[in-house]
Write a protein that binds this ligand. Structure first.
Ligand code: TYM
Length: 339
């Protein structure tokens, strides 16, 4: 079979299931703007509202959070002229392809997903069917654009492997070379930002303890206070990364500093060798305030005009469908559906 060449195209998504965190910003959004501005790929970014409802969302909160997430994308540097910026449910081909993928993916594959196991917890019988099928919709998000690259944080790695498995099985079962085998892009010093209260747990919007995370909507005082109170150990900073072994809280703060200052962990450590964490946390707080408060004030400004946000999303959906409609039509044809 001849090898198909795919247009270099980036796709990534974020759930509008609560506020954005520093984890979302450093693990994902910062790379979204870099890839957009590099100009080497077409870029498509998405608010995945259909993924959000796999667990209960209050309808009014979902609407507000979707618009706020859109404001977050724009404030962090996504330009709706350069990138296609969309809300998932406004581009119906995502859900339509997801159904086909529900019939390609195997129950066993889904059951092995750690996110499914974590989120369904003790009560898998009571979890929604959508939560189980979540990764097939995610594969559809990506493959309905024939996306070749997907920037994400480290926690999405397993879902992206499954996306590759679905594309491979579809291509194999139907004897085609139609869907690309997507490459994950997991890069930067902070691909897994941890809780500020427990360096062994991921920073998450769903953590009940607000002090465990930096929200992009936090003001300067809140950001500074959370970093000053962040958990650390009593030892000073080491001069090299080996000195961070077995020190998850210390490692987390150094990673965050490196990502926010666009330097490497090695450089941060070389510059702060022997410094006590009390001082380092103050520097980190100043850096975070300088980097994040312009984003949060721009988000608040954009949120004053929700109609403009809705116009941007409507236009994004229109542009997206120029790509997704032909790919879905061709998929239906391959599968043997009468058109
Ligand atoms: P979500 O909404 O949980 O997170 C959005 C992005 O933020 C990254 N992220 C983190 N990175 C580093 N440290 C953290 N503590 C941290 N927390 C979150 C995530 O890795 C992600 O890149 N399933 C996806 C949404 C999705 C998607 C897609 C992503 C749906 N369809 C298609 C890529 C492509 C999710 O729940 O992300």
């Amino acid at each position: 079979m001849t090898q198909t060449t795919f247009t270099p195209r980036v796709f990534s998504g974020i759930q509008p299931s609560g506020g954005l965190t520093l984890g979302n910003y450093l693990g994902a959004m910062k790379n979204f703007t870099t890839m957009q501005d590099a100009g080497t790929h077409e870029t498509v970014y998405c608010m995945v509202d259909m993924h959000a409802i796999t667990v209960w969302q209050d309808p009014a909160a979902l609407k507000r959070n979707t618009r706020e997430l859109c404001a977050g994308f724009l404030a962090s540097g996504i330009d709706p002229e350069k990138s296609i910026l969309i809300n998932q449910s406004q581009v119906p081909e995502h859900a339509q392809l997801a159904w086909i993928f529900n019939c390609v993916a195997r129950m066993g594959w889904m059951g092995r997903m750690t996110q499914w196991k974590d989120k369904s917890g003790e009560n898998a019988e009571g979890a929604s069917l959508g939560l189980f099928a979540y990764p097939a919709l995610m594969a559809a998000d990506i493959l309905i654009y024939h996306a070749t690259h997907v920037p994400v944080g480290d926690d999405q790695k397993q879902h992206l492997e499954l996306t590759r498995d679905i594309a491979t099985k579809f291509n194999h079962d139907y004897g085609v070379d139609f869907f690309p085998i997507t490459e994950p892009v997991i890069r930067g010093a902070a691909t897994r930002v941890m809780s500020l209260r427990d360096g062994t747990k991921k920073m998450s919007k769903s953590d009940p303890v607000d002090a465990s995370r930096i929200n992009l909507t936090d003001d300067a005082d809140a950001i500074a206070k959370k970093f000053r109170k962040a958990k650390t150990d009593p030892d000073p900073l080491p001069g090299t990364p080996e000195g961070l072994e077995g020190r998850p809280d210390a490692r987390n703060l150094v990673n965050i500093y490196a990502a926010l200052s666009d330097t490497s962990v090695e450089e941060v450590l070389a510059a702060n060798d022997g410094k006590m964490f009390g001082y380092f946390k103050q520097d980190l707080a100043d850096l975070a305030v300088a980097r994040l408060t312009p984003v949060s004030s721009e988000m608040s400004r954009l949120m004053e005009d929700p109609a403009e946000i809705d116009r941007i999303l409507a236009r994004g959906a229109e542009r997206a469908r120029e790509i997704t409609a032909p790919i879905l039509a061709r998929t239906y044809e391959i599968v043997g559906m009468v058109r």
